[in-house]
Design a protein around this ligand. Structure first.
Ligand SMILES: Cc1cc2nc3c(=O)[nH]c(=O)nc-3n(C[C@H](O)[C@H](O)[C@H](O)COP(=O)(O)OP(=O)(O)OC[C@H]3O[C@@H](n4cnc5c(N)ncnc54)[C@H](O)[C@@H]3O)c2cc1C
Length: 527
């Protein structure tokens, strides 16, 4: 069922069992889990079904740290969320991402990768990647011509990526009818959550205030609330909800907004081969898979590096593609998307988000190597609130993206080891580009892009002094407020986040169902 919150009476009172704030990959995935249950689910979406400039403007913010994309255009503010722009690139977080590593301060999740595997399997359909299969050997058996680079298998392995085709994997398009037609899902568009109210001792959320630019204000009451607005918005909402908790909700230990992580992307090396090659496994192959080269966990431990994963693009095409940080510069996300597609078109004659199928049979002797790097958790990399407010009265975000001295060192080391291995194999050489050559410099190059992956600002830890949410994504100290999304990641691995966001969201949904069952299996509100 769909209700436009601009069209209903001002000061309406909305009630449900579960209230989900945000209808992106996380919010929609949770709502889907509740369809045909006896529970009434309120799904609040700040925008409509299409791009709306006045709503998008609510995302405008400032960057004060490492050069980053304009905050207004790094996310999409309408039904389906940022999946309206995503590339559909999916892989699983490696087991090492979940482990506490003595060489990476503050590393480790409260559970292992095994906990997430059943949820990854369930999430595969949401992100439109087909069956859960990420073993390189499996895909090589299907296509024996996928012959990887002959570098030592004691150092590197081939990590498989799956691609949900954007036409199929954009949540707004894919799930609109399912959500709107579900009797027990009440989707309110133009319902921007601006404040979360609690009881006096801040142990329970009582209601959420929503507003829109039509001047309407409504109240939403529910038994359980889930914030699924993505990391920066989630931070804004929590800190701005400060009537009873002066530092904001979940922020007694000054952790909300800290540990912001991205995936730094570095186009900082070239591979020159003696014999031209297609590097077939590293290009997209049917049925929409691709490998990237990754360092084995034991070698990451030996070299004390963060995880970094390498992809290869023919140099003659890559030279026509500047780093995204130099092209995704407009405040209007649509213009950036258009420009990116034009650049991609010119370099490969194919659009980034369309039909990139089948590997090329062309052979090349040189490739650009791009590294997607894990970022170390860093309390100084953070989102804070500005004194300036948006049209609905919520303070705007200030992002200070900052690194430790581990990122640059790790990137240099991984490229260096690859260079040695390529030399040992006698197939060519790896050349480090100027931006990473200086071994005294600890800063990240100005050419560093991000993957538009916002993570970590409400990190997960079972100790309230170390994390905002517990291992069930519940905010410490609040009995009924949960967070869905990558803000909960204590560590972001070196892998695009959405597949893991969806898996974690389904897990959260199961947890709330279990909680309700344990409370006596009663229906909370009659739909
Ligand atoms: C160009 C680009 C390419 C990308 N490619 C990939 C990729 O290939 N693979 C990958 O894994 N990830 C990719 N991503 C990242 C991916 O889009 C995000 O990880 C994913 O969309 C996050 O899902 P989410 O539900 O947490 O947040 P979002 O998708 O951003 O959804 C948040 C939702 O909350 C709503 N909202 C926000 N504030 C409020 C409020 N106060 N009240 C009510 N509603 C609110 C928003 O309108 C939106 O619908 C890409 C991103 C971009 C920009």
């Amino acid at each position: 069922m769909h209700i436009d919150a601009r069209q209903i009476d001002d000061l309406s009172s909305i009630e449900g069992d579960i209230c989900i704030i945000g209808s992106g990959a996380a919010g929609i995935s949770i709502a889907l889990e509740w369809i045909n249950t006896p529970y009434k689910v309120i799904l609040l979406e700040g925008g409509g079904f299409e791009y709306d400039e006045r709503v998008q403007e609510l995302y405008r913010g400032k960057n004060t740290g490492q050069n980053y994309y304009p905050l207004k255009s790094a996310r999409l503010h309408y039904f389906g969320g940022t999946t309206g722009h995503w590339g559909g690139m999916c892989s699983t977080f490696d087991p090492i991402a979940f482990r506490e590593r003595d060489w990476v301060p503050l590393s480790g999740w409260p559970f292992s990768d095994q906990e997430l595997i059943p949820y990854y399997k369930r999430a595969s359909d949401n992100v439109s990647i087909g069956e859960y299969e990420f073993s390189f050997n499996y895909w090589q058996q299907q296509d024996p011509s996928l012959v990887p680079l002959p570098v030592s298998q004691d150092i590197f392995w081939n990590k498989i990526w799956r691609f949900g085709m954007p036409s199929a994997a954009r949540f707004g398009k894919k799930y609109k009818d399912t959500i709107v037609n579900a009797k027990n899902i009440h989707l309110y568009t133009y319902a921007n959550a601006v404040d979360i109210k609690t009881n006096e001792n801040v142990s329970t959320v009582t209601e959420v205030t929503v507003k829109n630019y039509a001047g309407k204000t409504h109240k939403v009451r529910a038994k359980y609330f889930i914030i699924a607005c993505c990391s920066i918005q989630t931070t804004r909402l929590l800190i701005a909800s400060n009537k009873n908790a002066p530092a904001g909700l979940g922020n007694d230990n000054d952790l909300v907004g800290r540990y912001f992580m991205e995936h730094p992307e570095l186009k900082s090396a070239e591979l020159w081969l003696k014999q031209p090659s297609t590097l077939k496994p590293y290009m997209r192959n049917p049925p929409n898979i691709r490998a990237e080269l990754a360092m084995l966990p034991q070698k990451q431990a030996e070299y004390k590096v963060l995880n970094g994963i390498l992809s290869f693009n023919p140099l003659e095409q890559a030279r026509k593609k500047p780093p995204y940080i130099q092209t995704w510069i407009d405040e209007d996300p649509r213009k950036n998307e258009e420009r990116t597609n034009e650049i991609e078109d010119k370099s490969t004659r194919k659009s980034r988000l369309s039909k990139i199928f089948g590997s090329s049979s062309n052979k090349y002797d040189s490739f650009e190597i791009t590294m997607r790097l894990e970022q170390a958790p860093n309390p100084l990399s953070r989102v804070t609130l500005d004194t300036e407010k948006d049209e609905l009265g919520v303070p705007r975000a200030i992002l200070h993206w900052a690194f430790t001295d581990m990122e640059r060192k790790s990137a240099r080391k991984i490229f260096e080891i690859l260079g040695q291995q390529v030399g040992i194999a006698g197939i060519g050489r790896v050349e480090l580009r100027e931006d990473l050559r200086d071994d005294k410099d600890t800063s990240m190059p100005s050419t560093t892009s991000g993957g538009w992956h916002h993570m970590g600002t409400t990190r997960m830890n079972n100790d309230p002094k170390k994390g905002v949410v517990d291992s069930n994504c519940k905010i410490h100290g609040l009995s009924n407020l949960f967070i869905a999304g990558s803000s909960c990641f204590p560590n972001g691995a070196a892998v695009n986040p959405t597949y893991t966001i969806v898996a974690l969201s389904i897990r959260l949904s199961d947890h709330i169902k279990e909680t309700i069952k344990n409370e006596g299996d009663r229906k909370l509100i009659v739909t």
